[in-house]
Design a protein around this ligand. Structure first.
Ligand code: ATP
Length: 367
């Protein structure tokens, strides 16, 4: 069983730099867990502590049922794939892949068999006699993964493994690592700052910021029910639109008043929002929940908002509209053939059943 558990794990670097602040995280056997967050949030440090490459300042780390705080990296039964691949330039692909096994005095015929199996899985058999300089970025990445696979570790750790690849290769390798997980059935902990990678690969994702874990859940849950404004803005592309405004009550109905625009809340939200009447609040709406009114057959008048379309970006399968309310700019994702007139007013419709509200001070989710 290769579950990994972090209990109150902290990392303070010399100079009192707190990189990881009391993280509790349980990764289940065979789970694909993604640690995601902006640069400097402590995700690589967390991974390196699991690997044993970084000492922990306090707390405990368990791999399987064993506490590994004092276990050296080489004895932790994990394999790590780094962003820069860390291949030995003077060795062939075969030698790179077999190096760790040779150090462990695994018999030659078993080494040959394990390398051949891993090379088959990754489709790199024809590269075994080449040196790293004779490989493309994607091929080097496969060799780095192959070197991890041959070890048959309990846990794979990936630290931003795709960030040196071009956009097309990233997407391809993303799918390959995903398939690899299904095939190998092992625990994977994967670090990335790319929320698309996190959403598409993780069984669960751990969203981090400033050394803290902000939310741990499956990707759709994080997307639909972000715990706070940071998570709401970080997960999703384009990011969630936010507006600061005020909650007001008129004739028994509750509205969000941004200053220039006003929309009525759905009644299901009234109870949770009633404490905020008269107060400032953050309103959040995802770009796919804003529609061009021209394409909506029946829209409640209190959900219709007049905006100025400043720019549109055709993306192929959809179009991004940049809409100015007079106070805020919002991005809407609309159908591929929607071509509003630039710098002219247009009406859009908010799907008010999908909007989010965040406390202005704590930024925690209210609805
Ligand atoms: P990135 O995506 O940029 O790699 P990250 O989320 O992986 O970022 P870490 O590399 O874990 O972040 O760094 C977390 C914090 O710890 C940062 O503020 C960083 O400057 C600091 N830090 C990391 N390594 C050291 C070190 N060896 N000495 C001092 N501070 C460090």
């Amino acid at each position: 069983m290769a579950q990994v558990s972090l209990r109150d794990v902290c990392k303070v670097f010399p100079g009192n730099i707190s990189a990881v602040d009391s993280i509790n995280l349980g990764i289940e056997n065979k789970e694909f867990m993604v640690l995601v967050g902006p640069s400097g949030c402590g995700k690589s440090t967390t991974l390196r502590m699991i690997a044993g490459l970084e000492e922990i300042s306090s707390g405990d780390i368990y791999i399987g049922n064993k506490r590994v705080n004092e276990v050296p990296a080489k004895d932790r039964d994990i394999a790590m794939v780094f962003q820069n691949y860390a291949l030995y330039p003077h060795m062939t692909v075969f030698e790179n892949m077999s190096f760790g096994l040779r150090l462990r005095h695994i018999p030659k015929n078993e080494i040959a068999q394990r390398v051949s199996e891993a090379a088959d899985i990754l489709g790199i058999n024809r590269l075994l006699n080449r040196k790293p300089r004779e490989l493309s970025g994607g091929e080097r990445q496969r060799v780095a993964v192959g070197r991890a696979i041959v070890r048959k570790p309990m846990v794979f750790l990936f630290d931003e493994p795709l960030s040196n690849l071009d956009a097309k290769m990233r997407v391809q390798m993303r799918t390959e690592i995903h398939k690899l997980h299904i095939r190998l059935q092992t625990t994977i902990i994967y670090v990335t700052h790319d929320q698309v990678e996190a959403m598409t690969m993780g069984d669960r994702i751990a969203v981090m910021k400033d050394g803290n874990l902000h939310q741990l859940a499956d990707p759709i849950d994080v997307y639909d029910h972000p715990k706070n404004k940071f998570v709401a803005g970080f997960i999703g592309s384009p990011p969630m639109n936010f507006m600061l405004g005020r909650i007001i009550k008129k004739e028994g109905k509750i509205y969000f008043d941004e200053g220039k625009i006003q929309v009525k809340l759905v009644e299901d939200m009234y109870k949770k929002i009633s404490n905020y009447v008269g107060k400032e609040i953050f309103f959040g709406i995802r770009s796919e929940d804003i529609y061009d009114k021209l394409f909506v057959s029946e829209a409640p008048p209190e959900n219709i908002v007049r905006v100025n379309c400043e720019v549109f970006e055709p993306m192929g399968s959809e179009v991004y509209l940049y809409l100015n309310t007079g106070k805020h700019t919002l991005i809407a994702r609309v159908g591929a053939h929607d071509r509003p007139k630039i710098n002219q007013e247009m009406d859009v419709v908010f799907d008010m059943s999908k909007v989010h509200f965040f406390d202005k001070n704590t930024e925690e989710t209210i609805v």
